[in-house]
Design a protein around this ligand. Structure first.
Ligand code: BMA
Length: 327
């Protein structure tokens, strides 16, 4: 058995009423990173503003990674550029230690469609220093992440030409990214990821290779349930997939992960059996634990933790038993 993620008692760790800058009906799909200077945990969250019914990205800070006592009174990223007209959504943050900068990937939504966008900064706590680099790909795409280290002298990125996760390599993050790449994980009929998958948090380096939290969804006719799984990629060659969760690591079960709807931020036609969503965008190390941050039911932020050594040990044993489900 894979060491289970345990939901933290404080869940939800961030909710719409915690946002000081706007009336919101949802705070969800937040990326997270440990601030390199202070060691505090920084969460960039999607805030769905009731009026005008569009998202911005807010910033919250925590000492223990569970209690986010400080929530900034203005958005860290708001709708500024034409490609952000309909909202900025679903941020993920990677700390590029060798360069002393952070890479923030997010969805810029506009009449042109959702685009995977990039911003970078040398200070995650100072949004005035965030620099936008615009959409990375000229076509519809979401769920992109940047690896925290270069591999073989190039940046490695994951993105999601529907419905699968691909790995691409680029010489600079600011150049356009390739439309396609090596397919890592795709949907699998009859399973928890029967319809589509997408990268969650930026991969984390471990002794087994790169650990990726990702989401998978069933088809709308099957209820469109979003769950989280683990994927392990080879450390030297991340196009080699060593493990993909057969069963979800986390699935909607609690009252905050299941919502009957309607919610203004959710297209209810996509959720015939209610909103059932676990949507991971952040993964950090804290003490001996890994903490996953995930949007729950497209309404609140939640966290779950697992002992890192126990997780890696159980993944290693599953790989040795040939349970990688890699096909
Ligand atoms: C995805 C994105 C996410 C959302 C999820 C579940 O396609 O739109 O922002 O959380 O669906 O509704």
């Amino acid at each position: 058995m894979i060491a289970p993620l345990q939901r933290v008692d404080a869940n939800p760790v961030l909710a719409p009423e915690d946002v000081p800058f706007a009336k919101c009906s949802g705070v969800f799909n937040a990326g997270a990173v440990v601030d390199a200077r202070s060691g505090r945990v920084v969460m960039l969250f999607r805030a769905y503003e009731t009026d005008p019914g569009r998202s911005s990205i807010g910033l919250a800070v925590s000492d223990d990674g569970i209690h986010f006592d400080e929530v900034r009174d203005r958005p860290a990223l708001s709708r500024v550029e034409p490609y952000e007209e309909w909202g900025v959504e679903d941020p993920r943050v990677a700390w590029l230690a060798a360069e002393g900068r952070y890479a923030i990937t997010y969805t810029g939504h506009s009449p042109a469609g959702p685009r995977l966008c990039l911003a970078t900064t040398d200070d995650i706590l100072d949004p005035s220093r965030y620099r936008r680099h615009g959409p990375r790909l000229p076509t519809e795409n979401k769920n992109g992440v940047v690896f925290p280290d270069k591999i073989g002298g190039r940046y490695a990125v994951l993105h999601r030409p529907m419905p699968r996760i691909v790995l691409a390599r680029v010489d600079t993050l600011e150049d356009p990214w390739p439309l396609d790449g090596d397919v890592l994980v795709g949907p699998r009929p009859g399973t928890w990821r029967s319809s589509r998958v997408g990268a969650g948090a930026p991969p984390l380096w471990t002794r087994l290779g790169w650990l990726l939290a990702f989401h998978g969804a069933t088809a709308v006719a099957e209820g469109n349930v979003y769950s989280m799984g683990w994927c392990v990629l080879d450390g030297d060659d991340p196009s080699r997939v060593r493990y993909v969760s057969r069963e979800p690591a986390l699935s909607p079960e609690t009252d905050y992960e299941i919502h009957p709807g309607p919610l203004p931020q959710v297209g209810m036609e996509n959720f015939p059996r209610g909103i059932r969503v676990v949507f991971p965008c952040g993964l950090i190390e804290r003490g001996g634990d890994l903490i996953v941050y995930y949007g729950a039911a497209d309404r609140v932020m939640a966290a779950a933790r697992v002992d890192k050594d126990a997780l890696l040990q159980s993944l290693e044993e599953a790989i040795a038993r040939g349970e990688g489900d890699v096909a």
